[in-house]
Design a protein around this ligand. Sequence first.
Ligand code: GLU
Length: 458
Amino acid sequence: MSVRVRFAPSPTGHLHIGTARTALFNWLFARKEQGTFILRIEDTDLERSKKEFESSIINDLRWLGIDWDEFYRQSDRLNIYREIAEQLLSEGKAYECFCTKEELEKLRGKGYNRRCLNLSTAEKEALRRERRPAIRLYVPKDGETRFNDYLHGELCFQNNVIDDFVILKSDGTPTYNFSVVVDDIYMKITHIIRGEDHISNTPKQIHIYNALGIEPPVFVHIPMILGQDKAKLSKRHGATSIGEYRSMGYLSEAMVNFLALMGASYNDKQVLSLEELIDLFSLDNLSKNPAIFDIKKLDFLSQEHIRRKSIEELTQLTVQFLREKRLEYWTIDNTYLTKVIGLLQTRIKTLKDIILMGDYFFTEDFSKDAEIPLDEKKRLSSILPELIDILNSIEDWSSTNLEDRIRSFITEKALDSRWFLQTLRIIISGKKVTPSLFETLEVLGKEKVVNRIKKGMN
Ligand code: GLU
């Protein structure tokens, strides 16, 4: 039987780290097993679901490189849920409930009292004139419900803690547990890989499978992602959505690699491409211990994936990133950008670092983490004009030639070479640390360098 899995996000927010990891595990499993990966938008909560979140989730999945073979939206399928609910009703496995909100409110904490279970036809007809009923599943009160979880083994729940829960609301929309089961059956899902937070829903879902007379698929409940403090990952641990990391300039390859490592292992390898991840993925390598979110790991992976890129590819990604950041006016031209990236590639952790660390390549309004002390400025004002003359006369503006000429200038003037080169670095970049000074001068070009030195003297 070929593998069929689904990722079923509710479009009530942006794609969260934990949800993205669920998507990824499903996707890796499908690709590894040459199965089918389904994207199903669970938007039956009409109040909380938003179209903008649906497109944002889809965008982020595309960015991560996760594609799908089939696409469904639950709001397009309301007739199917109604039909199945009617079927259960006619088979006596579900019943209509006419209780009002206020009546149910009084039962709060006590559980549903099956008040509507044995209404006569006449009673129902009378009530139907007043309001539309919800449909409840009849759940046996005795016995227990067991299911086998791939990671957790056999789990057992007492039936008496589960009420006759609503499967179809009075407005005709399904409840979460019902639409999930109907769809998983209809879409012939073989494995349900989802977060552990859904374990508590599973017995309810099993009751629906039982009522429909269908064998449930394999359940794989993956552990939650926790912050360093072992609390469930949340806003207070920092950015939690994929979009935020994208806008911080992390590469999608790094993000995917990072997500994939949270709760799974791949022959002890750490830095892995999407292809390698597919190749090494196995449900047997999933861990049942909680995964800890470690931003340092993401930084490490991001740096590694940046190093693995060709300069051309990294240039393309940077252009795209600058455009998204609306800094396209920075991208002078691709040849220039390629040279800048050649210098920065091994130093950056994110695409944003290009802006933060290398702003002086793009703008005269660059940030400064160092200044030339006043007393040195005086001394420099007698040295720099001569340097400017030399630089102006240079025709071969290559780093090797620049190094020759500047070093002979240093010797001739008997300057402290470390001091002078560092001063020059600060003048042209505002930074204490840059790539090789002479290569930086070469890439910046004569005009920028000379102008900055002139400016630096004032
Ligand atoms: N729509 C559910 C959620 O976003 C997932 C349902 C499931 O995987 O069974 O949490």
